[in-house]
Design a protein around this ligand. Structure first.
Ligand code: SIN
Length: 328
């Protein structure tokens, strides 16, 4: 009898091993935006490529629109092994590496080509790999675009937003940027922005065209001012424990799939920005305000002193390297 029990237990444990081996590796990819955005499309492309190249070996489950985690929770969830991939905005990494705040400095990059050069530079690549001691592995930068200001009131110059409440991401640089123009910045999760705008609990927000369009902020805001005052890009991250625990061949294939998905997402970001701008104009729900060079200079003058405030935390050399990326 004892022999039979032992045999049955052995068979049961063998079955468990066989079924565990046969089960695909589950990769949960959590993000906070809609699927019709550069990040949403990149995530879907990654799933397509990874599952095509590793049939039966991996299953990628995508959770958009903060269905699983907000950005402030997702990095901790990665560290705890509750999720495998995330792509928060660079502004959300301040507490993991304060040098990443360089990306939030207002009016630092002339355009997305300059951002791309900086991200590909040795300094940019070093930042990508700077959080391994926190168990976070950077898989790549992903573009979205330059931010615009949306509001209930027409905004042309800094004086127009004095005393107004603006939602910002969890970034001290962004907080300082709004305080520099005497506005009231409120750090809130992306998932709350639409309701805050709709109920007029806040006056405005800043986002690239794709988020203002896809999350329908334009439907509850009367104006969008084209300031291009700052950047919203992403860092695609995974956890060191998950990544380095993968079989080498699986990791290599996932890495290649992610690189291709990012290239795809970046191509979408490059074209979608202007398309979404036009969709917002065509909706007739929001007026897009184009400011003059003189008005833009007023924003630069008011906000640029923020650079100096964060020079010690970010490093003057790093800020210089970012400035250099504006020159071809
Ligand atoms: C995102 O594009 O991931 C959202 C960024 C934000 O919190 O505004």
């Amino acid at each position: 009898m004892k022999g039979l029990t032992t045999l049955l237990m052995l068979m049961a444990s063998m079955l468990t091993v066989v079924s565990a081996e046969a089960r695909p590796i589950e990769i949960k990819f959590s993000h906070v935006v809609a699927e019709n955005t550069p990040k949403g499309q990149m995530a879907l492309k990654f799933k397509e490529l990874a599952e095509q190249r590793l049939p039966g070996k991996v299953e990628v489950k995508i959770y958009p629109n903060s269905q699983l985690y907000t950005d402030s929770a997702v990095l901790q969830a990665l560290q705890l092994g509750d999720v495998e991939i995330a792509a928060p905005a660079l502004s959300k990494f301040q507490k993991y590496n304060s040098q990443l705040q360089v990306f939030d400095l207002p009016f630092l990059f002339d355009d997305m080509a300059a951002v791309d050069r900086f991200q590909k530079s040795p300094e940019g690549q070093k930042l990508l790999n700077s959080m391994t001691s926190k168990m976070l592995v950077g898989l790549g930068y992903l573009h979205n675009g330059m931010k615009q200001l949306s509001s209930n009131d027409p905004i042309r110059v800094p004086a127009d937003i004095a005393g107004k409440k603006f939602r910002i991401m969890t970034s001290d640089v962004l907080q300082a940027q709004y305080e520099a123009v005497h506005a009231i910045p409120l750090k809130k999760p992306f998932s709350e922005v639409f309701t805050l705008l709709q109920t007029r609990a806040i006056d405005g927000q800043e986002s690239p065209w794709s988020n203002t369009y896809a999350s329908k902020f334009f439907e509850v805001q009367d104006y969008v001012t084209e300031t291009n005052h700052g950047l919203l890009d992403y860092l695609v991250v995974t956890s060191a424990e998950f990544w380095y625990g993968l079989p080498d061949d699986v990791r290599d294939t996932l890495k290649k799939s992610m690189e291709e998905a990012i290239t795809y997402g970046n191509q979408i970001a490059a074209t979608q920005s202007q398309e979404d701008r036009q969709r917002i104009i065509d909706s007739g729900k929001t007026k897009v305000i184009e400011i003059t060079a003189e008005e833009r200079q007023q924003w630069v003058n008011a906000m640029k002193p923020v650079w100096k405030m964060f020079e010690d935390e970010i490093g003057a050399d790093l800020i210089d390297a970012a400035i250099q990326s504006n020159e071809l």
